[in-house]
Every structure is written in structure tokens, then in C-alpha cells.
Design a protein around this ligand. Structure first.
Ligand code: ADP
Length: 434
């Protein structure tokens, strides 16, 4: 209240006191006259208060305040201006929200807001087209009830959203969607869904092309290798000048065959998400046979290969795929470590899951190569590739097999000292026997 209004109130009071004094003078009842005067003043205030209350309760958006007298008039006006200002601010905010909603609604990518339990809060039009969400029926529904693919459920529940997920659309099988989830605020989720059908088709064409070429090359190569073998079997009939050439042809032919086999295996691994087989595999026996093969590969290079396994711990998955992944790691240890060195193969389980590791004391790998090691044809030292006879696809195969078994590959290595390749399997892939 500014001093003006304070003065006005004081004047009112003074006037009432004066009037009461006069009335008292006339009637001789000063006390009653004062009570009467103040009572009238109080009733007037209560009346103004009720008018204010009535106006606040029943007012429409643009209703002007009731006419007020004196201080009450000022109060009515102030409230009215405050409300008008509040309305303007709200209007501006609503306009911003409308614009954001309009622009996200117009996006071709789906945007979905989920609460901290994964229930739908808001989505744009593209989400209706790509995921088949229905407005408003689906509001409050759990996203895993609407996108029912088992891989989505697993991905959402695991809560590791660093990598995107690619899935067929629940609306149309031929459409391929890429999903990206980000957490924000109070553990709410923001989900982006993109149509990547065209990219997927191109990728598929690339895979099919490689698989077809590999397949078509296999037959002629088998014929050539067969003839070379026959020629070399009858080495006494061969002109000695050709002998070395034929031997090299056979060696390179075998390399090409290995390469084609690896390419075909990779194409097969990429064709489906998970292995069709999910039987418990006796890892101890599998590793024993891989160890024997590795010893044979080592031959007179005399590697000392040790094996420590938990025979009670089995692994659910495809034996053939696990054999190729594990043997790639063990054979690499033989290939990339010096004669007479030690190689340690281990299979064990703990609270974190199952672990298979191969440790060698070989040439090791510099840290800068580690992130790219599982790429196809990535080699640390390409000049070494021909001498080891590797295809450059071994670790790519390992990575794919592990992905299909929900596992991951960890590599630690010190150049000149040796490396450890560890496959980490989650509990759900294990079968523990007592
Ligand atoms: P390759 O057929 O050439 O062995 P891989 O995919 O199996 O292909 O391995 C990729 C590269 O990783 C190899 O060329 C090699 O340089 C490196 N590498 C793999 N395993 C080891 C190891 N145990 N020690 C050192 N280097 C390794």
C-alpha cells in the first residue's frame, strides 16, 4: 500500500470517528455511536470482500473487475492486471509449445516420450505410422506391449541404450526401423524411431552379393584344388621345374578356400539374430578338442597349451558357432606367439556370468588397434598376414558369434608381452549343473 492509500484509509477512519462523535454529541451515547460507525465501516469492507470473491469465482477470461471504491477499487484493478499479465505469459508459452509440437509432429522420424516405467506419454504422427500407435487409446500403455518383438523387450529391459537397435516394423514386416532411446529428467525415456529400410536393403544386397560370389567361386576352386592335388600326388611325373609353382598354387588355393569358407560363415551368421540351436554345450569337451587341434597346428613350434575348465558350467547356444569362435581365438594365440611359449585357455563362471579366455605371451597388440580389431580384414601388420595364412575374418566371426550369444569380447594386450581375449557371457546363457 503506498502512502497515498494509507492517507486515504486514515482519512476514512477519521471521518467515521468524526461522524460517530457528532452522533454521540446529538444522542449523548458516545460508545454506541462509535460502535455503530465502526460496525458500518466493517460491513462495507465485508461487502467489498464478498464482491471480490464473487468476481474471482465467476469471472470469464476477459471479464472486467467490478467497480470498486477507494482502496478496494485499486485491489480489484491490480488483481485484474496481474491476471491479464499471467494470461499473456501463458499464451506465449502455449504458442512455443504448439510450435514445438507442430514441428515434431511434422517430423518424418517418430518421437515418443515415455515415463520412467516405459509407459507412453506423448508421440508424434510418424510414431503412429511406423509403430502403429493409436491416439488416444494407447496413452499410458507400456511400450513393450505395443512393440512386441522379443529383442525390443530385452533391449528395453536391459537399459543399455548406447547402441541403437534395428528391427522389423510391427506394422509392416518389410519395413526396417532403427530405434534410439535416450534417458532424460527423472529417468523418463525419449525414443526416436527411423525408417532405415533403404539402408537395410543396400546392406542386404552387399551381404547377398558377397555370399553369392563366395558360393559361386567355391566350385571352380574345388576343381582347381582337386587337380593340383592329383598332380602333386603324382609328383614323379611332374617336371621338377613346375613343382614349386604347383606347391605354391596349392597353398594359395587353400588360403582362398579358407577365405571363402569364412565369408560364407559370416554371411550365415549375419542372416539371423540368434542361433537356431539353444542346447547346453559341454564347453569342457569342446575346448579339449580345440586344444588338441591347436597343439597339432603348433606342430614342432612346441607351444605349451594349458586348459583350465569348469566342467559343470555349460553354455547355451550353437556348438558349431562356439567352436568356430573359440578356435579362432586359440589358433590366433598359436599364430601370434613365439615358439615354446605358453598359452592358457580358461573357462569359468562367477556372479557376473561365464567367461572364456585365451592368454598368450606373444607379440601383443598396440592399444590404438584394439577398437578396430574385429572389423573385417583389419590387420595390425599386413605384411604378416600371408605368413600366418590368416583370412583377416577370424575376429569378425568371433564378434558375430558372441553377439548372437548375447556375449561380448574384451581384449587386453601389451605389445611384446602378450594378449588376453575374454568372451563374457551373461547368466541367461549359462546352464550350471551340480
Ligand atoms: P587373421 O586371420 O589375420 O588372424 P583375425 O581377424 O583373426 O585375422 O585377427 C585380426 C588381427 O588381429 C590379426 O591380423 C593380428 O594382427 C591381430 N591378432 C589377433 N589375435 C592376436 C593375438 N593373439 N596376438 C597378437 N595379435 C593378434
Amino acid at each position: 500500500m503506498n502512502s497515498n492509500w494509507r492517507g486515504a484509509v486514515m482519512r476514512h477512519l477519521l471521518l467515521i470517528l468524526l461522524a460517530s462523535g457528532l452522533l454521540g454529541l446529538v444522542s449523548g451515547q458516545y460508545a454506541w455511536a462509535l460502535v455503530l460507525g465502526l460496525g458500518a465501516y466493517l460491513i462495507w469492507h465485508i461487502k467489498q470482500l464478498l464482491r471480490l470473491h464473487q468476481w474471482l469465482r465467476t469471472r470469464q477470461a476477459d471479464d472486467a473487475p467490478p467497480e470498486g471504491y477507494g482502496l478496494w477499487g485499486e485491489v480489484f484493478d491490480n488483481i485484474y492486471h496481474l491476471q491479464r499479465r499471467d494470461q499473456r505469459v501463458r499464451g506465449r508459452l502455449q504458442a512455443v509449445i504448439d510450435r514445438v509440437q507442430e514441428s515434431t509432429a511434422a517430423l518424418r522420424d517418430a518421437v515418443i516420450m515415455l515415463d520412467n516405467e516405459g509407459n507412453l506419454e506423448w508421440w508424434n504422427r510418424a510414431a503412429e505410422q511406423l509403430l502403429g500407435l493409436k491416439t488416444p487409446q494407447d496413452s499410458g500403455q507400456s511400450i513393450t506391449n505395443l512393440v512386441r518383438h522379443p529383442r525390443f523387450k530385452e533391449y528395453f529391459e536391459a537399459g543399455h541404450f548406447q547402441e541403437d537397435l534395428e528391427l522389423p516394423s510391427p506394422v509392416d514386416d518389410r519395413q526396417r526401423l532403427q530405434m534410439q532411446i535416450t534417458r532424460y529428467g527423472n529417468n523418463e525415456h525419449l525414443m526416436f524411431v527411423r525408417d532405415v529400410t533403404r539402408l537395410h536393403q543396400l546392406e542386404q544386397m552387399r551381404k547377398d552379393f558377397i555370399a553369392n560370389v563366395s558360393h559361386e567361386l567355391r566350385t571352380p576352386l574345388t576343381v582347381i584344388a582337386g587337380y593340383l592335388e592329383t598332380l602333386l600326388d603324382n609328383v614323379e611325373d611332374v617336371n621338377p621345374r613346375w613343382l614349386r609353382a604347383l606347391q605354391q598354387m596349392q597353398q594359395q588355393g587353400a588360403r582362398m578356400q579358407n577365405l571363402l569358407n569364412d565369408l560364407l560363415l559370416l554371411a550365415k551368421l549375419e542372416a539371423t539374430d540368434y542361433p537356431s540351436d539353444n542346447q547346453p554345450v559341454a564347453v569342457d569337451l569342446l575346448l579339449l578338442s580345440i586344444k588338441n587341434d591347436a597343439q597339432a597346428l603348433s606342430g614342432n613350434r612346441n607351444h605349451r597349451i594349458s586348459l583350465e575348465v569348469d566342467a559343470k558350467l555349460r553354455l547355451k547356444g550353437s556348438e558349431a558357432e562356439l567352436r568356430s569362435a573359440f578356435s579362432n581365438l586359440v589358433f590366433n594365440a598359436v599364430k601370434y606367439s613365439p615358439n615354446d611359449s605358453e598359452i592358457r585357455i580358461r573357462w569359468w563362471g562367477d556372479e557376473q556370468g561365464g567367461h572364456f579366455s585365451v592368454t598368450d605371451s606373444g607379440i601383443g597388440i598396440e592399444a590404438k588397434h584394439l577398437p578396430r580389431l574385429t572389423e573385417r580384414f583389419y590387420r595390425v601388420d599386413s605384411s604378416r598376414a600371408s605368413s600366418t595364412g590368416g583370412t583377416g575374418l577370424g575376429l569378425a566371426i568371433v564378434k558375430h558369434v558372441l553377439l548372437r550369444h548375447r556375449a561380448r569380447l574384451d581384449i587386453t594386450s601389451v605389445p611384446g608381452k602378450g594378449s588376453t581375449f575374454t568372451c563374457q557371457f551373461p547368466e541367461q546363457q549359462l546352464n550350471r549343473r551340480n
